[in-house]
Design a protein. Structure first.
Length: 540
């Protein structure tokens, strides 16, 4: 990436806006009059924002991640009008009242509905409307995205995106010789993974937008000033005329209410932008650190169970999930330093810590670096492996997941995640390596795979750091009250025997009834495990 492209990439900022329907994520860039963009259904908001930040200067861009997709995936999708009302509410919270609106392909149906809410004099720009009509009226419909045991629903989604971006909508057996440059494999992957967060939500969004085209509900009334534009070049010319005389947008500070429900946020640290989850609003704060290589999403149930009387926060490591990609060398020390940066940015002078697997090592190193700041610490299944096993893992456990234009990496990620539930280590395909855990339900397996795909090209950095860390040398140095534990299905449960031998005096080492963030754990076992965690954190 050249320096100019990197500058613009770093200038694109994601943020969440809490509406009555749920959290909506938007991507913003630039300064000037407000241009609100509804990306099409075959290009993600993130990629659209990065592309437009490079091309359309002089505007303040707000690219909306549509409900059902990516960071907005938890917003229910019922009809075009409700989607438009949710976006309208978010724009009002941001202080965006009289923007120019731009909609792409099928999302122009939402843009039309939104324009009627924004202002009677709203300028509405539309691109690829004819393509969208041909998609709806031809045989280029959305394939079934029902979750499949073999993971091929991900391949179907990838092929759908690639074909809609590459093929002529009027002659779908031919390449379209016109239009924007074809996406890079990384841009394509980013867009597919955003839709894959909630395949059912994406499918519903496609269906309601297509229905708006078919039913004629997009018909423009007399007050609507809409312009169908044939190309991005035509858009540039139109925006050059519209920018004259418009005042620059001034961002409004949006203060999120500190409710008890789980919510997503972004936090800027010296090392990069960190995505975090927060739940509860108690006086004490518990920081949770995830197992690599995905995001902190699997910890959401545990976060909610531990949030009674305390604030619980879990961050995606840099290089994982929705946080920025890691820069420079990544090891447990650097990950712990970034965790300390998070605590600094949140102005937390005293915290309790919970870490699982890789996260146990991050929590341990945090406590060793800043012992004055840590009250109590829970280390769940910290890796304590012999050197020969560690060497074998470092050689075989971390194959690259590099996006390609055919989507073959999607099946590699799916099967890698699947086999992690069947074998330990996952690459040792033999009956004597079988795990007792069993395969999770498809929704859980899909979510775990998407978490891995979000980390993508950098997933191995944090994962590998855990296996390189000298846990045996660092654990005996711990000075705060500690619980070391593991559930019966945890592949690292045998490390408890070693922990009993090397942990400092007074450390509580015990097996727990469940690994709460694993799929398929019984409700009784989860309740009992959470009671152990909660009791220890309260000093009981």
């Amino acid at each position: 990436m050249n320096q100019v492209a990197e500058l613009f990439e770093n200038s694109v900022q994601p943020r969440y806006v809490s509406t009555s329907a749920g959290q909506l994520r938007v991507w913003s860039a630039g300064a000037g009059p407000s241009l609100v963009v509804l990306p099409g259904l075959v290009m993600s908001a993130e990629v659209t924002a990065r592309q437009m930040a490079m091309q359309f200067k002089g505007w303040h861009l707000t690219v909306v991640e549509l409900p059902g997709i990516g960071g907005s995936a938890k917003i229910p999708v019922h009809n075009v009008q409700e989607v438009a009302e949710t976006i309208f509410a978010a724009l009002n919270l941001l202080g965006i009242t009289r923007p120019v609106l731009l909609g792409f392909d099928l999302a122009t149906s939402i843009a039309v509905a939104l324009s009627r809410l924004v202002s009677e004099a709203c300028e509405l720009l539309q691109i690829d409307v004819e393509k969208a009509k041909q998609w709806v009226g031809g045989d280029q419909r959305l394939p079934s995205l029902k979750l499949r045991e073999d993971g091929t629903h991900l391949v179907a989604l990838h092929a759908h995106f690639r074909n809609r971006l590459m093929l002529d909508s009027g002659r779908p057996s031919h390449i379209d010789p016109h239009g924007a440059p074809l996406p890079t494999p990384l841009e394509l992957d980013t867009s597919v993974v955003a839709a894959a967060v909630n395949p059912a939500g994406y499918s519903k969004l496609w269906t309601i937008c297509a229905h708006a085209f078919e039913s004629g509900s997009m018909a423009e009334d007399g007050a609507l000033s809409a312009h169908d534009l044939p190309s991005m070049a035509a858009l540039q010319l139109k925006l050059d005329t519209l920018i004259k005389g418009r005042t620059a947008f001034v961002a409004r500070v949006v203060s999120e209410t500190a409710g008890a429900g789980l919510r997503n946020e972004y936090l800027q640290t010296p090392s990069g932008r960190v995505h975090l989850r927060r739940v509860g609003n108690g006086p004490k704060t518990l920081l949770l650190f995830q197992s690599a290589p995905g995001s902190a999403e699997p910890l959401e149930l545990l976060m909610q169970r531990l949030a009674k009387g305390r604030t619980v926060i879990a961050c995606d490591y840099l290089g994982n999930g929705d946080s920025d990609k890691a820069v420079g060398e990544v090891d447990i020390n650097s990950m712990a330093h970034n965790a300390i940066e998070v605590a600094d940015a949140l102005k937390l002078s005293q915290v309790d810590l919970f870490g699982t697997h890789t996260g146990a090592l991050v929590a341990l190193e945090f406590a060793l670096l800043q012992p004055h700041r840590v009250g109590r610490i829970i280390l769940e299944a910290p890796p304590l492996l012999d050197q020969s096993f560690t060497d074998d893992i470092l050689e075989n456990y971390l194959p690259p997941i590099q996006p390609d234009r055919w989507g073959t990496h999607l099946l590699r990620a799916w099967n890698m995640r699947r086999d992690m539930f069947l074998f330990w280590p996952w690459y040792r395909q033999s009956r004597d390596a079988a795990r007792s855990l069993g395969l999770p339900d498809l929704r859980s397996l899909h979510a775990w795979t998407v978490g891995l795909l979000k980390s993508g090209r950098t997933y191995h950095l944090t994962y590998g750091a855990a296996f390189k860390y000298n846990t045996r040398a660092r654990l005996p140095l711990l000075g705060c009250p500690a619980l070391i534990c593991a559930g019966p299905a945890d592949m690292l449960v045998e490390g408890l025997a070693i922990a009993r031998q090397i942990a400092p005096a007074g450390t509580l080492v015990q097996a727990t009834p469940a690994t709460v963030w694993y799929p398929g754990q019984s409700s009784a076992a989860i309740k009992a495990a959470v009671a152990i965690y909660d009791g220890f954190l309260r000093g009981k």
